[in-house]
Design a protein around this ligand. Structure first.
Ligand code: PEP
Ligand code: MG
Length: 593
């Protein structure tokens, strides 16, 4: 039976494929395809890992044996029994043989299948055995890691389509942390669905940067969808269709082809300069998360990096955080790849929905920090960790010896922070001078993402060379709506008059003082806002590389002067969105651009 699940559209397009269900706790398990020639070796690896765990548990049992620990011995018996159960072993082998999944992936897939069967059992005792099974599987996955051939560092195949012409795969999970999502940058999946998450949560932002269809906040989807179900992800409407009928499938396949054609058309604009109809040049920059994204910036025809979210270098680091040297190499790589184009490196923005440790954001929210979005985040965190901050500042400054680097600081809100920040930058410069390490003049900018910063811009601009408006957080903090919480996502409104007024104010004040201003939040990459932002006087946009051509197409058709005349009408409106849309319809654009 076909079922529809509704969520929030976060990344456009249509994905059609078989569902791969991954439990949140196992999202970080390596997912890659093995070559057919490796199948036997992978099965041997699995067997070896299982034997290792059997040996461990047997030894443990012998150690604790005796009456006093009868319960523990019985529990270990259950674990050994589950471990040696042929249903688990055989079905796992089958995933390896049929699908070419690596052993960890095959095992966690089979766990999902069996876990559901446990969930449906009437008998409470048997239902409770699910936890035992999970523990056993965790042990085997950990043993596979110890065996070393786990190849977590091996690049997964680029896309599922490369997989011997077999069905494409889409990932369905209750939750995916940004740190895990980033690992899917080069993954096999052609679409994502999660039960939780807001439209502009960092998980959603990373999904969008992957440029594959994604829906978040599709509550219950991970419960409704079964392993291997066919599903359609409609990333435009935020709908997931489980087991679609042939007619619906055909309709979506048609839409998929349309999307591909549109992309090909947009691609042709890559090398066209972004200039409005009335001759205003516009700078289109790109947002990146990892050094490996640099090529995508160039391929998209962006003229630099407007936001390098450096915190992603600090995630998935069980062995410790990257020090000065490692960070310097990462920044240098991007700066050299950009070959003279500007690279704006944002200092670490950790906290809120991007915790440094491996705690899922939901857990951090409820159990450890009362209000993570209002807590020790971004510049606050950096100032509280002076040693680490010094390392990062030195690494960024050193990268400036190789090209045009700009330093951007997230979540500035207090003058006290500004003073501490510039003192830290000065200390970093002094240290480099004393080491005789070269660095160039680096412009320092503030992210305007807290209303306080927008309202005190003149004071901030006494210190900063430029500003970049982080609309994702500006909306969250202006409207008091957690950007990662799907239960209030309907209230997260970029069209809210207060949000638009703060953006307009920031652009006006910065320009009046001759300072550069950019928008690097998701609104910059959303064509619905292009005219309005141009009308506010914005001439620098930073977005996912994948959005650059779509925004350029829009810019080529806009009369920026006309929109600055219309701006007061939109800003004074109670419902700016409908006024803006009406004005857009009334100002038809020439076709064929
Ligand atoms: C923003 O808040 O708009 C922004 C660009 O930063 P991030 O999304 O990383 O918080
Ligand atoms: Mg932000």
């Amino acid at each position: 039976m076909s079922i529809q699940v509704f969520g929030l559209p976060v990344s456009r397009g249509v994905a059609i494929g078989r569902a791969v269900l991954v439990a949140s706790s196992r999202v970080d398990v390596a997912h890659y395809f093995i070559e057919p020639a490796q199948i036997e070796a992978e099965i041997r690896r699995l067997r070896k890992a299982r034997d290792m765990v059997v040996a461990e548990l047997t030894a443990l049992q012998a150690e604790v044996g005796g009456e006093a620990h009868a319960e523990l011995v019985a529990l270990l018996d259950v674990h050994l029994m589950l471990l040696q159960d042929e249903t688990l072993a055989e079905a796992t082998r089958q995933w390896i043989i049929d699908r070419h999944y690596n052993a960890e992936w095959a095992l966690s897939t089979q766990l999902e299948v069996i876990a559901r069967q446990f969930d449906e059992m009437e008998d409470e005792y048997l239902r409770d055995r699910k936890a035992d099974l999970e523990q056993v599987v965790e042990r085997v996955i950990s043993a596979l890691g110890r065996l070393g051939a786990g190849k977590t560092d091996v690049a997964p195949l680029q896309t599922a389509r490369d997989f011997g012409g077999e069905d494409p795969l889409v990932l369905v999970a209750a939750d995916i942390a940004p740190a895990d999502m980033i690992q899917f940058k080069r993954s096999v999946f052609t679409g994502f669905v999660t039960d939780v998450g807001g439209r502009n949560s960092h998980t959603a932002i990373v999904a969008r940067s992957l440029d594959i269809p994604a829906v978040v906040g599709a509550r219950e989807s991970s419960r409704i969808v079964k392993q291997d179900d066919w599903i359609i992800i409609d990333g435009d409407a935020g709908v997931v269709i489980v087991n679609p009928s042939p007619i619906v499938l055909e309709e979506y396949r048609f839409r998929q082809r349309q999307v591909e054609l549109e992309r090909a058309r947009l691609d042709r604009l890559r090398h066209t300069p972004a200039v409005t109809l009335d001759g205003e040049p516009v700078e289109l920059l790109a947002n990146i998360e990892l050094p490996s994204d640099a090529q995508a910036v160039l391929d998209a025809g962006a003229v630099g990096v407007g936001l390098f979210r450096s915190e992603f270098l600090f995630m998935n680091r069980p062995g410790g955080l990257p020090g000065e040297e490692e960070q310097y190499e990462a920044y240098r790589r991007v700066v050299q790849a950009l070959d003279g184009l500007p690279v704006t490196i944002r200092t670490i923005d950790i906290g809120a929905d991007k915790p440094l440790d491996r705690l899922p954001a939901a857990e951090a929210r409820h159990e450890h920090i009362l209000n993570p979005a209002l807590g020790l985040r971004a510049i606050r965190w950096s100032l509280a960790e002076p040693e680490m901050f010094g390392e990062q500042l030195r690494a960024i400054l050193r990268a400036s010896a190789h090209g045009k680097v700009r330093l951007l600081v997230p979540m500035v809100a207090q003058m006290r922070e500004v003073r501490l920040l510039f003192a830290a930058i000065e200390r970093a410069r002094q240290e480099l001078r004393s080491r005789a390490q070269p660095f160039a003049d680096v412009q320092v900018g503030a992210m305007i993402e807290v209303p306080a910063a927008a309202l005190m811009l003149p004071a901030l601009l006494e210190h900063f060379d430029f500003v970049s408006i982080g609309t994702n957080d500006l909306i969250q903090y202006t409207l008091a709506i957690d950007r990662a919480d799907e239960t209030v996502s309907h209230l997260y409104d970029p069209w809210h008059p207060a949000v638009l007024q703060l953006i307009a104010l920031t652009i006006r004040e910065a320009r009046a003082r001759g300072k550069e201003v950019c928008v690097c939040g998701e609104m910059a990459g959303d064509p619905a806002f292009t005219e309005l932002l141009l009308g506010m006087g914005l001439r620098s946009f930073s977005m996912h590389p994948t959005q650059v051509s779509a925004i350029k197409k829009r810019i080529l058709r806009v009369d920026a002067g006309g929109w600055s005349d219309r701006l007061p009408v939109v800003l004074a409106a109670e419902d700016p969105q409908s006024v803006c849309e009406r004005l857009q319809r009334a100002a038809p654009v020439p076709e064929g651009t």
